[in-house]
Design a protein around this ligand. Structure first.
Ligand code: FES
Length: 286
């Protein structure tokens, strides 16, 4: 049985809000619809480091996707370039004596871990292994649908909040101004050792709505930079790449100012951050 998705609300309400504390019961749907093996313990015959994990997501508001997209907390280097936080890896011993490696830290009272990203096959990627060493810079994806990105920056360049200026009233032919300016990026995917199929797709949006929310919310203040929000851009339904204002079909599905997955019309709201729980898939090679 696929549980009710309490994460959704009717798209016509179009609420722009930031909500915390919603723990969904729909997480198992992510596993079953993705066709992967459901796992409910932290140790299995085929790997380790899976199991129930609570994370911060941009809310899934419509369509078949079972839950939201995981946020990537941001920090900067001394020159202001954006980096995704990657916690220091450490070894832990489970109750049965098994040792596992975890990358986990506390940010504004939230336990953030690399397990937030262990779905849709990403759990097998080398760059998502807790002790995998990368510089953690967000970089622009060479292939992008955004005209501004093609014109202003090169693929592979590091991402800087100033690149998005002006962003407050930016829009393209989709949706309304005032929601923010998006870019297609990747993360922990720059090294030669990372094959193209293991590139981690990330959406970055610099938005005045995020800046406002950061004044009120401790987590958003700690996990965003100058109105820049980042999240892993892999649909929790069948793992396609959604997009914010990158599809002319989005308005037909109430997603003109949201993130829209054209594969099966799932909609995500980047301006509604929620807490969710799901079953992270185990890493097979540990
Ligand atoms: S809605 Fe099916 S993959 Fe995104």
């Amino acid at each position: 049985m696929v549980p009710m998705d309490e994460d959704k609300y009717p798209p016509e309400t179009d609420r722009r809000r930031f909500v915390k504390g919603v723990v969904g019961g729909s997480s198992m749907a992510a596993i079953t619809t993705a066709g992967a093996a459901a796992v409910n313990s932290s140790t299995t015959d085929v790997g380790k480091g899976g199991g129930s994990v609570t994370y911060r997501a941009i809310r899934n508001t419509d369509g078949p996707a079972p839950r939201g997209l995981p946020q990537i907390p941001l920090e900067t280097d001394e020159d202001g370039y954006l980096k995704g936080v990657w916690p220091e890896a450490e070894t832990r011993t489970l109750e049965d004596g098994t040792e596992i490696t975890v990358a986990e830290t506390e940010i504004a009272g939230v336990t953030y871990s690399s397990r937030w990203f262990q779905y849709c096959g990403v759990q097998t990627y080398r760059n998502i292994q807790p002790d995998s060493d990368h510089d953690n810079y967000l970089r622009y994806e060479p292939a992008t649908t955004y005209d501004w990105q093609r014109q202003a920056v090169e693929g592979g360049e590091k991402v800087h909040p100033e690149d998005f200026v002006p962003y407050e009233d930016w829009t393209n032919h989709i949706g309304d101004p005032g929601y923010g300016k998006p870019a297609d990026c990747n993360w922990r995917s720059h090294a030669d050792s990372v094959p193209a199929e293991e590139s981690l797709a990330v959406q970055v949006i610099r938005s005045p709505l995020i800046e406002e929310a950061a004044k009120e919310d401790e987590w958003i203040a700690a996990s965003t930079v100058k109105g820049c929000l980042a999240f892993m851009n892999k649909c929790t339904h069948f793992c396609c790449i959604p997009g914010f204002k990158d599809s002319g079909d989005a308005p037909k599905f109430g997603a003109a100012n949201k993130s829209y997955c054209g594969c099966h019309q799932s909609v995500y709201d980047p301006f509604d951050i929620v807490e969710k729980t799901y079953i992270a898939l185990p890493r097979p090679d540990e």
